[in-house]
Design a binder for this molecule. Sequence first.
Ligand SMILES: Nc1nc2c(ncn2[C@@H]2O[C@H](COP(=O)(O)OP(=O)(O)OP(=O)(O)O)[C@@H](O)[C@H]2O)c(=O)[nH]1
Ligand SMILES: [Mg+2]
Length: 312
Amino acid sequence: MAPLSDRVIAGDPRAIARAITLIEDEAPDGADLVRRIFARTGRAYLVGVTGAPGAGKSTLVDRLIVGVRKAGQTVGVVAVDPTSPFSGGAILGDRVRMQAHAGDDGVFIRSMATRGHLGGLARATGEAALVLDAAGKDLVLIETVGVGQDEVDIVRTADVSIVTLVPGAGDDVQALKAGIMEIADIFVVNKADREGADRTVASVEAMLSLQTFPDGQWRPPIVKTEATTGRGVAELLAAIDRFRAHTAPALGGRRKARAEYRVRELMAHRFVRHAEERVLATGEFDRLLDRIAARETDPYSVVDEIVKRTVR
Ligand SMILES: Nc1nc2c(ncn2[C@@H]2O[C@H](COP(=O)(O)OP(=O)(O)OP(=O)(O)O)[C@@H](O)[C@H]2O)c(=O)[nH]1
Ligand SMILES: [Mg+2]
């Protein structure tokens, strides 16, 4: 049989699924695969969709799939599943959605569990997106629940970040402000059929008006949607297209920044692992921690010593 990387590049759905599993499992074969496919990536447009649990992200993603397919493009979806009591349900929901597109080989949907340790979930998600990119998908949608640093990192791996809000979530706007709000390229107020949608739009608008957007700088638009009926989805797709056109000249810079982030993360991960596995004797790390706790030494001295032995 042809190597997995070749089958991924050929767009074979079973190979794509296998490849993403390798990446999720942090198998050495996964790293090898990324190496083999990397030159074939960089063509897909990566769309991050985040927002509070239950905001309607999956429903929205589903509508986007339909819109993108109508436009004749292929699409891959990576849905990052929160490790919450809901996760089982979410995976189930995504399975149901997958069925809806079963038989359409222009669509590939995959849920990823939030159990990545080494290198983190952002790495796994980013690499899953690479697989879909190499497989020739024109658009890759990444759905994630926006709560913490993981999500901010995931969204950073996208070319465009969509933050999904819902009416009556004024407090959420506050809560989201710190992290996710700053990385929003497009705001969506979903469930616009509900009472208070215009108030939510107004509060995001008020927040945006506090910032200055110099001439030529993108000002995030606010799009009202009703994912259940598909209302506003065409406007959202149009906003994505506008953002894409607007940022096309800077895409290289954005991707370079992403590369920097990845390489730094990988370097840190490798160096730590090297120190733990090759430099420190078995149990030594633990003993060092005990000595720090007992104030016999301090963290700086310990790290100085480890670095000295590592670069020797
Ligand atoms: N009224 C209304 N309900 C909606 C709309 N969009 C989604 N919903 C409903 O909201 C619920 C959650 O939708 P999902 O698409 O699963 O939300 P999600 O953000 O993906 O949820 P998690 O992945 O679990 O965080 C479902 O019952 C949807 O039918 C909308 O525009 N209006
Ligand atoms: Mg969902």
